[in-house]
Design a binder for this molecule. Sequence first.
Ligand code: NAD
Length: 450
Amino acid sequence: MPTTDPYTRFVRSGPGRAIATKLGLPRPSRLPRRGDRTAAVLDPVVVLGAGTGAETIAAGLLDGGADVRRRFEDLREVGSVVIVLDEIARPTDIGDIVLPLAGAMRSLAPGARIVTISRPATGGAQDPATEAARGGVEGFVRSLGHEVRRGATANGILVADGIALDAPSVTGALGFLLSARSAFVDGQFLTVSTDAGTLPADPRRPLAGRTALVTGAARGIGAAIARTLAADGAHLVLLDVTAAGTELARLANELHGVPIQLDVTAPSAPDRLLAFCRERGLHLDIVVHNAGITRDKLFANMTLDRWDPVIAVNLSSQIAINAALLGAQDVLGTDPRFVSLASTSGIAGNRGQTNYAVSKAGVISLVPALAAQLAAHGGTANAVAPGFIETEMTAKIPPLPREIARRANSLQQGGLPVDVAEAVAFLASPAAGGIQGDTLRVCGQNLVGR
Ligand code: NAD
């Protein structure tokens, strides 16, 4: 996939590469995405860990057709590493399991994947040594994310106590994090909190038979989400404002979707959406709240006309539409999936973005509450928090802060809209049914926040 980032284009050119090497400048690696790799998992896969959990994970990968090894031996190149730490009870247990990887770090293939599988720290339900060991795994993964090179990533799966390691969402999360679909996810954790979820009959079309609403679909990340959900087999309802009607119609034609021109902040928007779905007999199985705006200003210069629209589009509209859908069983499908777009600005804050950070931090707190409401419907709600993604929204940032924001992550580049779309598609899939109220960062391990 071509990059839109001029610096990266330059340092990948012949003369640019020589200059960057001489001056020690960052040389962002090409990140393999879906389509660049035929296999779902980069072989060989080394599974570390000695307990029954490690056996379960190795057996699952083997069933999926991976070339699974239990030690590095004299492998010249390693595609993937899965480190199973579910049984650790003391901080000293970690080193025994992870240290064999130290000697193999230089053998990691370009775009290699490292994934840990462990139990989450619970805030006190376990004894102090167990809590310390579990928390320690997070430090390990986040540090490894900063150390791996050549487009490799390190991420983790936290599996709640009592959930088996062959639960559908553990298999689903592992498949996502090992695949090229997680190209811009680095230093992050997915938490599997229940054993709900089902593995798709056809892994290439996990959303077959599902209908998805995407708001703000006409361009940028929304359009990429629509294309990715469609590629995964979903039928699309594409929503955007009237001013974006031409782009919206073009995308709806391309994806054989249904366009709806609607301002999500209009007081009548929830009712108009329900009426639109009822008239066409549409049942929404997936709702992606992507529509979003920025109106940046330092807080000293902040005014109501910059504050209110941001809160209205990015947050209040979601609350109103969700409430309407939860009250409309004839429109909301069974086992619905809600995915909201948050932002790393909502986690770490950002200069000039008090209004935007309120809206995005609000989204992060909204999803667990919505997840609790949806539990009765068998549904889930989660968020995706992008870091710097190359879109028209970030093209408006002045050149110097834009260049700093783009480079300030472990992968030294901005992500592409498709990277966010892949995370949304995973959280919208049947396999993610055990992931509830979580926020997954797609930020290349942006240096801000946790
Ligand atoms: P974009 O500006 O390129 O696209 C946003 C889309 O939302 C547009 O098509 C716009 O017409 C639509 N929209 C705006 N107001 C609307 C309304 N009232 N009703 C219906 N549709 C409306 O933005 P993007 O960069 O693609 O961002 C998409 C989402 O991702 C947003 O929620 C944004 O906050 C979030 N995000 C983006 C980045 C990034 O780096 N680009 C980073 C973090 C989060």
